[in-house]
Design a protein around this ligand. Structure first.
Ligand code: NAD
Ligand code: WQD
Length: 343
């Protein structure tokens, strides 16, 4: 059976990727240091796809640990999700972010160099586009990251491009995710942020659950139809299926291939549209206050997803309603996230 090394597999996106791969008959070797996740997520993956995950607690900066894990054999490709992802934290602690994200990737590549694995899928981000010059955003749009986190993503894309140039036996796909939201349809896996959520959907869910008194809508004077900022929200299960498609594309690709592909729906949704869809689908009112813009926020950001369709044969299928329903299903079944179950 084909094995995929999944770094950061216990995280929000990684757990959905592993469940999706497992249900397709692939085995995952997960490496995670649980810096921002819980081993309970692995147990949930195992419940959905029994016998498909081999989990290792390790830091990707520990090259020898990675070498030992790879030496067990059978891994044919890598999906590299491990990383720190809080934009504000990256501004406060740029060295820690560089060390974890960029040096971590260098360590992973050093370990892989001693193995037969040459297929690499990387979790990049639409944040590399910064303030876009126009929408929809295609992969050829200029990049201008606005944070150390975004710079890390671009630097890693550069490392991978150089790797495949120096050694054309590599095949690489950088996936630039837009705004992943939602949860597994079963309600057993989902996003479990620690502390006060930075992102919109988890904040909406916690407000619906009564954990937060109200949502602050950041900015009502954007040049958009309702004045609130517009994003490309994508269901995390569509995103997970995009990784399966990327592995398929890598299997069929020529050696030396390096592709950078947006994963988004191509549809822009405003903050108020998302909140109203959530209220309608779940029958819950979200108390909210309209406040000032959040510094650094982009007005409008959504993908041109046509390359993903052509190159990966993948298109997002799930609706905004699916995203809101599944996010709330997860939140209402797991009001404390994974913590209660893990204790
Ligand atoms: P997450 O924090 O839930 O998952 C990341 C995982 O990586 C966590 O389980 C964490 O414990 C692990 N990790 C971090 N540093 C590690 C290290 N040094 N060694 C081993 N494990 C380590 O985040 P996520 O939302 O699942 O994001 C996954 C990837 O996708 C990240 O690289 C992130 O930058 C990228 N991404 C996320 C989004 C988003 O909005 N969620 C958007 C674009 C890109
Ligand atoms: C969406 C919209 C907020 C919270 C971030 C990262 C990006 C990527 C995805 C990793 C914005 C508004 C939010 C709230 C609000 N991650 N909002 N009230 O900022 O598009 O992207 O996550 O790569 O790098 O920057 O997503 O969910 O934080 O915000 O009004 O309490 O919701 O202002 O317009 P963002 P988000």
């Amino acid at each position: 059976m084909e094995k995929v090394l999944v770094t950061g597999g216990a995280g929000y996106i990684g757990s959905h990727v592993m469940a999706t791969l497992g249900r397709r008959g692939l085995r995952c070797v997960c490496v995670d240091n649980y810096a921002n996740s819980s081993p309970e997520a692995i147990r949930r993956v195992e419940a959905l796809a029994p016998g498909t995950v081999e989990a290792h607690e390790a830091d990707i900066r520990d090259t020898d640990a990675l070498r030992r894990i790879l030496a067990t054999g059978g891994v044919t490709s890598v999906i590299h999700l491990a990383g720190l992802k809080a934009v504000g934290e990256s501004v406060a602690e740029p060295e820690r972010y560089h060390d974890n994200n960029v040096r971590g990737t260098e360590s992973l590549l050093a370990a892989l160099a001693d193995s037969p694995v040459r297929r690499f899928v990387f979790s990049s981000s639409a944040t590399v586009y910064g303030h876009p010059q126009g929408v929809p955003i295609s992969e050829s749009a200029p990049t201008a990251p606005q944070s150390p986190y975004g710079e890390n993503k671009l630097e890693i894309e550069g490392l991978l491009a150089r790797l495949a140039k120096d050694d054309p036996s590599w095949r690489v796909i950088n996936l630039r995710y837009f705004n992943p939201v939602g949860a597994h349809e079963s309600g057993t896996m989902g996003e479990d942020p620690s502390g006060i959520p930075n992102n919109l959907m988890p904040f909406v869910c916690q407000t619906a659950a009564g954990r937060r008194p109200q949502l602050s809508v950041f900015g009502t004077d954007y040049p958009t139809p309702d004045g609130t900022a517009v994003r490309d929200y994508i269901h995390v299960m569509d995103l997970a299926e995009g990784h399966v498609a990327a592995l398929g594309a890598l299997a069929a690709a020529r050696d030396g291939t390096v592709m950078t592909v947006n994963l988004g729906t191509g549809r822009g949704i405003s903050v108020l549209e998302l909140v109203q869809a959530f209220e309608r689908v779940n029958g819950i009112a979200i108390p909210r206050v309209l406040t000032a813009r959040r510094p650094g926020d982009v007005a409008v950001c959504y993908a041109d997803p046509s390359l993903a369709r052509q190159a990966l044969g993948w298109t997002a299928r799930r609706t905004l309603e699916d995203m809101c329903r599944d996010a709330w299903h997860w939140q209402s079944l797991n009001p404390e996230g994974y913590r209660k179950a893990a204790a």
